[in-house]
Ligand binder design. Structure first.
Ligand SMILES: Nc1ncnc2c1ncn2[C@@H]1O[C@H](COP(=O)(O)OP(=O)(O)OP(=O)(O)O)[C@@H](O)[C@H]1O
Length: 254
């Protein structure tokens, strides 16, 4: 589970999150959506212990991330938006390094690494340096690393970056299977159709405030029932995107 209660965050004296609250239960895939600058990455930094709240409480996997940061870090796996692998490592070396940090025994690291790399079709590349890897291949290694210690909570920031259509389908299947086994998935993304296809719960944030929490169907219905994208546009945009585009083209390309 993830529980965020009345959290406020200020950076350099400016409040960015204005008392946000939401909860994601075990076995739930939650999509965290909002326009640029809404506060998604700031929330991820809170959940991963990278940024302390100025007020309120953040719990991940049942652990308060401020009171017990070391135990909280055992409870989640995290794939950041711009994650880095050590490119001079091979996937096996990298996953071994991550597994040892989590104090997994060597046999378990070997078996789990092999299973993850096979799932992603990377078995033949397991002992090659990652210097020449594509963005998608590195993303698959990062996803494997985040899951290696079998955490109860998976935190993903734009997880589909660089992944091809097949890998997107695999990711979706993996997230749904993890949720079916009781894991909590918290998935931050701009890609509404991707969120709609995988999430049980959607949390909408704008300007550091939670606007709505509900199933994709509930949020779609609240916006008039056309689509999640339409409801999102109504919730988060000050004006219609087509009107703004018309105004821009009329002015900038006259
Ligand atoms: N280190 C910082 N110093 C000052 N302001 C910051 C800092 N980090 C974030 N902000 C501000 O906080 C707000 C939320 O930023 P955040 O990066 O969390 O948004 P986001 O929803 O992840 O946006 P995007 O979709 O563009 O990645 C923005 O107004 C941003 O300018």
């Amino acid at each position: 589970m993830i529980r965020v209660t009345d959290v406020r965050v200020a950076i350099d004296g400016t409040e960015i999150l204005h008392g946000i609250s939401f909860e994601v239960g075990d076995g739930v895939v939650a999509g965290y959506v909002g326009p640029n600058g809404a506060g998604k990455t700031t929330t991820m930094r809170l959940l991963t212990g990278g940024l302390p709240p100025n007020a309120g409480r953040v719990e991940v996997g049942g652990v308060d991330v401020v009171a017990d940061p070391v135990e909280a870090k055992r409870r989640f796996g995290y794939v950041p938006e711009h994650g880095h692998v050590y490119e001079s490592f091979t996937p096996n070396e990298y996953l071994t390094f991550i597994g040892r940090m989590h104090r997994l025994d060597e046999a378990r690291i070997r078996d789990r690494s092999a299973a993850h790399l096979e799932f992603w079709g990377l078995t033949d590349s397991a002992d090659r340096s990652m210097v020449g890897f594509s963005k998608g291949m590195k993303q698959k290694v990062l996803l494997s690393a985040a899951l290696l210690h079998d955490p109860p909570v998976l935190l993903l920031d734009e997880p589909l970056g660089g992944l091809d259509a097949h890998a997107v389908l695999q990711t979706r299947a993996l997230l749904r299977t993890l949720a079916a086994r009781g894991r909590t998935v918290f998935y931050s993304s701009h890609l509404l159709d991707a969120v709609e296809k995988v999430a049980d719960l959607v949390v909408v944030i704008r300007d550091g405030q939670i606007l709505q929490v509900g199933s994709p169907e509930e949020i779609t219905a609240s916006g008039g029932g056309v689509s999640l994208e339409d409801a999102f546009g109504k919730l988060t945009a000050a004006a219609d995107a087509y009107d703004l585009a018309e105004a821009l083209v009329a002015e900038a390309f006259a």
